[in-house]
Design a protein around this ligand. Structure first.
Ligand SMILES: [Zn+2]
Length: 255
């Protein structure tokens, strides 16, 4: 298979766990079903983050995730406990604190192994790494590769690329935007998504549902390639834009 000429989109939901907001997640489900979307479902294996303890533990959560996986969704390993107490600088420095960036190798390995074991015990087969708060470093990449999880969802580029033997499927959007070509991952947080975000996604899907793809299709259609200077330029531009946006928001909230 070769890379498609038109832009392809992936939808990714973060922070899924048995205590997430049921209502928050369930309002997206009809849309996913209607358009047969095969999203990345980034699941926290052993959540200890109070922000993700919204509802009482849902006993049907794991079975529901198995159902989605059977229907073509890709289960993402979303960290281990989602406790973001590490202050190391990661490869994508979007937040000051994260769960993994800067943590010593032995601990990263322990957490990744434990996370994989929990998801597998629930009969899920996680095929992609999704770092909490985009926080991961070269140590994380080495551990992921050695633990057999050689794909991650993150990074700024217009198509997948490899770093340290791990395939990066880029994640550049936090809401739907029309693009001309490449692979674009839209990251959503069902726990906190607004009605406007839901409406925006519904309108986008109405027009572009046919261009939504799955992780397995992306891996089959896009060959591995090393990161290029163009990718680094894309990354630098995105980081610059994000910093300016944050600065503007900060100024507005002060003013
Ligand atoms: Zn998260």
């Amino acid at each position: 298979m070769t890379a498609p000429s038109r832009a392809q989109y992936l939808l990714r939901f973060d922070d899924l766990c048995p205590t997430m907001s049921r209502a928050g997640w369930e309002r997206f489900v009809p849309l996913l079903r209607r358009y047969e979307i095969k999203p990345i479902l980034a699941v926290v294996p052993a959540n200890a983050d109070p922000d993700l303890m919204v509802d009482a533990t849902d006993d049907g959560f794991w079975e529901e995730m198995c159902g989605w996986e059977k229907d073509g969704a890709e289960i993402g390993l979303h960290g281990y406990r989602h406790v973001c107490a590490a202050r190391g600088r990661g490869l994508l420095p979007l937040h000051e604190q994260s769960e993994f960036a800067g943590v010593q190798e032995g601990l990263q390995r322990e957490w990744i192994r434990a996370g994989l074991a929990i998801l597998r015990a629930k009969e899920l087969e996680p095929g992609i790494w999704v770092a909490p708060r985009h926080g991961f470093d070269l140590t994380t990449l080495r551990v992921l590769r050695e633990e057999g999880l050689g794909v991650l969802s993150d990074g700024f580029a217009d198509s997948p690329f490899d770093v340290s033997g791990v395939r990066w499927i880029p994640q550049q959007l936090w809401g739907p935007r029309e693009k001309k070509q490449g692979v674009w991952t839209i990251c959503l947080h069902a726990n906190t998504a607004t009605d406007a975000a839901l409406a925006e996604l519904a309108a986008f899907l109405e027009q572009y549902a046919g261009e939504f793809t799955s992780v397995k299709r992306v891996l089959a259609q896009w060959p591995g390639r090393e990161q290029t200077r163009a990718d680094r330029w894309f990354h630098a531009q995105m980081m610059g834009r994000i910093r300016i946006d944050r600065w503007r928001r900060a100024v507005r909230s002060v003013g």
